[in-house]
Design a protein around this ligand. Sequence first.
Ligand code: PLP
Length: 372
Amino acid sequence: MIYLDNAATTRVDTETNDVIAKYNSELYFNPSALYSVSGDIKIELDGVRDKIKNMLGASRDSRVIFTGGATEASNLAIFGSVVRRGKSYVFSEGEHPSVHNCALELIRRGVDVSSIPLDKSTGEVDYDKLDEIIDDNVGFVSVMLVSNETGAINDIPRVVKIVRKHSPTAIIHVDAVQGFCKIPFNMASSGVDLCSISAHKIYGPKGVGALVVRPNLTIKNIVFGGGQEKGIRSGTENISGIMALGNVIKNYDYDYIKGLKDTFIRGLSSVADKIRINGNGSPYILSISIDGIRGETLVHSLEQYGIIIGTGSACSSSKIENRVLNNMGRSKSEILGSVRISFGKNNTADEVEYASKMFCVEVNKLLDMNKR
Ligand code: PLP
């Protein structure tokens, strides 16, 4: 199989599976217990917290709250932040459903919510519109680091500068899921308050993530229970998952992945005039619209060669509409004909070249069929 849907999720290596097994079968102790083996686990968890902080460039005294993935981390950031009544919230139109649907929930609760449109060519947030929209009543802003749909990379330091110019005390949250360990980013020097990350996009298990909180920022719990994670996220920590997350945190080879994406794009010359690349930031993600075919048909026709690609984001693939591409001004038929190819460390140049070749074959075939 040639797996090119690494933005949806990634494969857990044997070495990381061994870590999971070790902490389920040998070192399975509850970190909240008083005996010393539990204390050791607690120390190991703190080691993973330090690793996350180092990788994210978070300051030493920031806090890492382990969660059941990035969806929960972002929910905690949005609903756990202390924002004065009457203050407004601002979200980018590009946000993943785990953030976008929180915005919809805030609207349902009567909160004043605004959205920042995307730049139609790059897919980044429209910085000029951000400058217009933010005022001193904004209490919370959420802008993702890398779009899971298009790979567009937002200039987070620029976002922070604009927000702070108008509203110095606004809380700024960044969903860093598709950028963590993949592209250079520094939480502290960017001036970001909260960051969400997830393990399963970087060869860790599903259902593990964290919210990183800058020092002196209050976060309130949104679930109630035994008071783990300093009372902010009750529930016994997923030790094996967290240790596995610790095992996969490293800088992945940006240049290698960029080489794979370049190889794929080079192979598209025979369909170059029939496709449109949506945004072009992160080397990990390539979003392509083909007017005149259905993305899902292309996904299935490539499957016969063992090539796995995605249609838009996996979380929203059951829906025809694509909010992000729609916001970038793509037509309905371009959106219907959109696919997402996403690269990972286990892909080779040869398989990417083959996938690109078969991609062209199938695109030409489907376009011809639809013409008849
Ligand atoms: N944010 C982005 C940008 C994502 O791509 C994803 C994954 O689909 C998530 C959040 C949700 O992460 P999780 O599956 O850990 O809840």
